[in-house]
Design a protein around this ligand. Structure first.
Ligand SMILES: O=C(O)c1ccccc1N[C@@H]1O[C@H](COP(=O)(O)O)[C@@H](O)[C@H]1O
Length: 228
């Protein structure tokens, strides 16, 4: 299986293109003002205009006004929306008809509390992230979530009906293979783990991350062949 890769919090076109060259499937553009990776719609548009075909441009929002999300999606030419705040599914009626990834902090009660998102047809993926940090940052915190607890929850029969899982939170080139082995996610999503300093993406780390994902996929395929 091929694990999709999203490199999040890209602020420069050269980093987006390096990520795509390394094998990334999606680029994340952060519109959350307090993030060190925040971009304006104009900056985001310069990046999305440079992307080749078949690469997803994902816009990240947290508790934004739906009218602002709609305007930003248009101005920045976004292809997917990723919601990180306290939004309820009611917001979907006020958003443009783009695929939505819902970011949810993984806790034992998250599936019950967010059942609406897990069953809504507009939710195309669930991004399981670590909870907001003590400073109230919604993501990009570099903290891992409890992978084994999430695996156990994903193994329960009702989870088969949920949108595909994306794993985020504290991933790095060094631990992403473990995350893939443990969780077998649809996609992995990384931000701070491919930076040289907070908010500054590093091409060598982006490349190492993508290579680590591909190696993990090859190992998983080999093991599946062996077990057949
Ligand atoms: O990247 C950010 O700055 C950010 C800001 C606000 C909401 C989400 C954000 N990023 C997302 O958080 C996850 C985890 O980040 P990290 O890898 O632990 O640094 C990341 O995958 C982004 O989707």
């Amino acid at each position: 299986m091929r694990t999709r890769i999203k490199i999040c919090g890209v602020t420069r076109t050269e980093h987006a293109l390096a990520a795509v060259a390394a094998g990334a499937d999606a680029i994340g553009l952060v519109f959350v003002e307090r993030s060190p990776r925040h971009v304006t719609p104009e900056q985001a548009r310069a990046i999305t205009d440079a992307l080749p075909a078949f690469v997803d441009a994902v816009g990240l929002f947290a508790n934004h006004d739906p009218a602002l999300i709609t305007r930003t999606a248009h101005d920045a030419n976004l292809r997917t929306l990723q919601l990180h705040g306290d939004e309820t599914v009611a917001i979907l009626d006020q958003l443009p008809p783009l695929p939505v990834t819902r970011a949810l902090p993984f806790t034992d009660d998250a599936p019950t509390r967010h059942a609406d998102w897990l069953t809504h047809p507009r939710t195309k993926a669930i991004l399981w992230d670590s909870p907001p940090d003590s400073d109230g940052n919604f993501g990009g915190t570099g903290h891992t979530l409890p992978w084994h607890a999430l695996r156990q929850r994903l193994d329960l029969p009702d989870a088969e009906q949920w949108p595909p899982p994306v794993v985020a939170g504290g991933l790095t080139p060094a631990n992403v293979a473990d995350a893939i082995r443990t969780l077998r996610p649809y996609a992995v999503d990384v931000s701070s783990g491919v930076e040289s300093s907070r908010g500054n993406k590093d091409i060598a780390r982006i490349t190492a991350f993508c290579n680590a994902v591909r190696n993990a996929d090859r190992n998983a395929d080999r093991n599946a062949d062996r077990d057949r």
